[in-house]
Design a binder for this molecule. Structure first.
Ligand SMILES: C[S@@+](CC[C@H](N)C(=O)[O-])C[C@H]1O[C@@H](n2cnc3c(N)ncnc32)[C@H](O)[C@@H]1O
Length: 286
């Protein structure tokens, strides 16, 4: 692929599509390099591409051809209303997690006049920063925690992107509840987590996921439930009475997670489905 002073976006897009063999990815990469949304990019198709931007597209195509996920190549991905920095330090935020955030958001909105929310295992900050962004500026506190300092660096960078609601966000490192200050015990209104829930050695995990996304973000013991058991065991100490736990779970874990949560004294345990009709979210009350 060549890019000289006379190359238009239309030509570069066609070349990128041919090289990648994927129209959608090519379009994403070119829109991203141009710094334009889909409509603006369509209007700019006959404009010339600078050599510098052309070189950037070439570099992204080279990385994509090695099998690196599109989201890491672009270094960003959309989640609800946010445009998040993502790279190999964090899980790529998934569409089903937007629904998990929605359930947590509704639970938090119902708490008046002020609310304390915790997003444990925040990764890029996708869930917790969306909550901070969408909940009222006044009366909201959102804690983001993770065991990975690298992930928290990404969450911190993304915090800068949510504007003044970012003042409501606190970030803390540590192993699940160990990250939280003792004075928060018994005061949390909503605790949400998308914990790692894949069984070690699960052969159904896509190769691209296992090769590129952080192991700590994906795998959790022989049955995938270690993290959920750890959260279930500790959560009643941190939630206020009546406080809500919202967990993303694997689509085959509904029955097991219901049992784990009930065994730890959580009430009204519900297992809800994602948009494909599969078990995906556990909701329970302290
Ligand atoms: C499935 S990822 C979720 C990331 C993000 N919340 C999302 O939904 O995109 C799980 C996250 O939990 C973190 N994690 C794994 N073990 C942990 C532990 N023991 N304590 C706290 N966080 C942990 C990982 O570093 C990772 O960022």
């Amino acid at each position: 692929m060549t890019t000289d002073a006379g190359t238009t976006w239309r030509e570069l897009l066609a070349e990128t599509q041919a090289t990648l063999g994927n129209k959608q990815d090519a379009r994403f990469l070119c829109e991203h390099a141009a710094g334009l949304d889909a409509t603006e990019f369509t209007s700019a198709l006959d404009e010339l591409v600078s050599q510098r931007i052309g070189g950037y597209v070439h570099e992204m195509v080279r990385r994509r051809l090695t099998g690196e996920p599109l989201q890491y190549v672009m270094g960003r991905w959309a989640f609800r209303h946010l445009d998040l920095l993502v790279d190999a330090r964090v899980l790529i935020p998934r569409p089903e997690t937007e629904l998990v955030a929605q359930v947590a958001l509704e639970a938090a909105r119902a708490v008046q006049p002020s609310r304390v929310v915790v997003d444990m295992g925040t990764g890029s900050g996708a869930i917790g920063l969306s909550l901070a962004h969408e909940l009222p500026l006044v009366g909201t506190t959102v804690w983001l925690t993770d065991i990975s300092p690298d992930a928290l660096d990404v969450a911190r960078a993304n915090l800068a992107g949510i504007g003044r609601n970012g003042a409501n966000v606190r970030i803390a490192a540590g192993d699940w509840f160990a990250a939280l200050p003792a004075e928060l015990a018994g005061t949390v209104d909503v605790l949400v987590a998308n914990p790692p829930y894949v069984a070690e050695g699960d052969v159904d995990v896509e190769d691209v996921v296992a090769r590129h996304e952080p192991h700590t973000a994906l795998f959790s013991g022989d049955d995938g439930l270690d993290a959920i058991r750890a959260i279930a065991a500790g959560v009643r100490r941190w939630l206020r009475p009546g406080g809500v736990l919202v967990l993303e779970i694997g689509h085959q874990q509904g029955v097991a997670v219901r049992d784990v949560l009930a065994a730890h004294g959580l009430r009204d345990v519900q297992i809800r489905c994602d948009l494909t009709g599969r078990d995906r979210i556990a909701v329970a009350h302290a």
